[in-house]
Write a protein that binds this ligand. Structure first.
Ligand code: FES
Ligand code: FE2
Length: 380
């Protein structure tokens, strides 16, 4: 079927959204090689407390050692390969949390090989004679871990070196752009986990543009009329997006009695910002809360989206603290987004779909086209 010649940019071809082989290549080239956001650091704060997740065909867990430092490993015993932490059935796709034994250590349930929280082999039953010889080479397989803004990032294929500097390189200009938001301090007030029957890139592309906001989000456009104007063209995301008169945050009323984050500039106290951190973190920043979306590509056409609602601890400890106004607003917008993303995924299944087109106000998605192609097409 021939494609029309039109003055618009082409989106990625259909196979990038539908072909399991290309999805497997993304796992190798993107989700094994890049830092991905795995959690909020405040979810596990005690030595030996762990968080387990399946990503890129690996079971991975992250914990803290006795100094509170992040440590992450493959969920795999060096003896005969048993999984150290339990992962079974449907839970294989979900985040699981637990706590190690006291004194804090990681013990394999098969033959009781026991590892320190830094991954070193501490004890192997009845092997005292050779333990000293194997200890140095049979520590847990390490996964790189680093934290920014209270978000924990992991990297499967790590070559060692300075993890924090490596993560900073990947984050690029984002930390500077959001430096007045106290991300590292924010607490998790509420979480919604969505199962979306769409390829993860459909969700990222949808986040990247406001061309759809007029038709898809009538309520959001009441709050931010600029989303309806010119298909979202000309919005200044670096400065922030204006609300309607009398509104200053993303809640059902457009207002909140919660205090603004203390260090925001005058614009940030009344405007809304958004950031996309490839490959799997999207953060939307209001003056007094942040909605953080973590994407977990599960299959070619299925993505888990973990949506965290983050607030300042001073507000969260107030007796009348109630995040419902923000949660309900976002939940409505999110469901509109996921429904249209699932519609896109179903539509792309038609053989008539070869690729889509990006209108000029969708130019940010050119970035994902470049991001994915650079990584999938690279020779090595
Ligand atoms: S497989 Fe872990 S101790 Fe044997
Ligand atoms: Fe949307």
């Amino acid at each position: 079927m021939s494609q029309p010649s039109v003055p618009l940019e082409r989106s990625l071809p259909r196979e990038y959204y539908l072909d399991p082989a290309l999805f497997a290549r993304e796992r190798e080239r993107i989700f094994r090689r890049e830092w991905f956001c795995a959690a909020r650091g405040a979810e596990f704060t005690q030595p030996g407390e762990w968080l387990l997740r399946r990503v890129a065909d690996e079971s991975v867990f992250v914990t803290r050692d006795r100094d509170g430092a992040l440590q992450a490993f493959l969920n795999l015993c060096r003896h005969r390969g048993a999984q150290l932490l339990p992962q079974a059935g449907d839970a294989a796709q979900l985040e699981r949390k637990g706590h190690g034994r006291f004194p804090a250590a990681i013990r394999c349930p098969y033959h009781n090989w026991t590892y320190e929280l830094d991954g070193a082999l501490r004890m192997a039953p009845h092997l005292d004679d050779c333990l000293a010889d194997v200890r140095g080479s049979l520590g847990l397989h390490r996964v790189a871990a680093a934290e920014w803004g209270g978000f924990v990032f992991l990297k499967l294929d790590c070559a060692g070196g300075d993890a924090a500097a490596d993560l900073a390189h990947q984050l690029g200009p984002v930390p500077e752009r959001v430096r007045r938001y106290p991300l590292a301090q924010l607490g998790l007030a509420h979480r919604i986990v969505y199962e979306v029957r769409a390829n993860w890139k459909v969700i990222v592309e949808n986040y990247n543009e406001c061309y759809h906001c007029g038709p898809v989000h009538p309520g959001l456009c009441e709050l931010v009329p600029a989303f309806r104007q010119a298909g979202g063209a000309g919005l200044d995301w670096d400065r922030g997006i204006p609300h309607r008169a009398g509104a200053d945050t993303f809640t059902t009323s457009g207002t909140s009695s919660r205090a603004s984050f203390p260090a925001l500039n005058a614009d940030e106290q009344v405007l809304h910002k958004g950031e996309l951190i490839y490959p799997n973190l999207m953060i939307s920043l209001a003056r007094e809360h942040v909605a953080a979306f973590r994407l977990w590509p599960e299959e070619c056409d299925r993505t888990t989206v973990v949506c965290d609602f983050l607030f300042h601890p001073d507000e969260m400890c107030r007796s009348d603290f109630d995040p419902t106004d923000a949660v309900d607003f976002w939940d409505g917008v999110n469901r509109e987004d996921w429904a249209i993303c699932e519609s896109v995924q179903r539509g792309m299944g038609s053989r008539a779909f070869v690729h889509g087109w990006y209108a000029p106000m969708e130019d940010l998605s050119l970035d994902i086209r470049r991001y994915v192609r650079e990584r999938l097409d690279a020779a090595d």
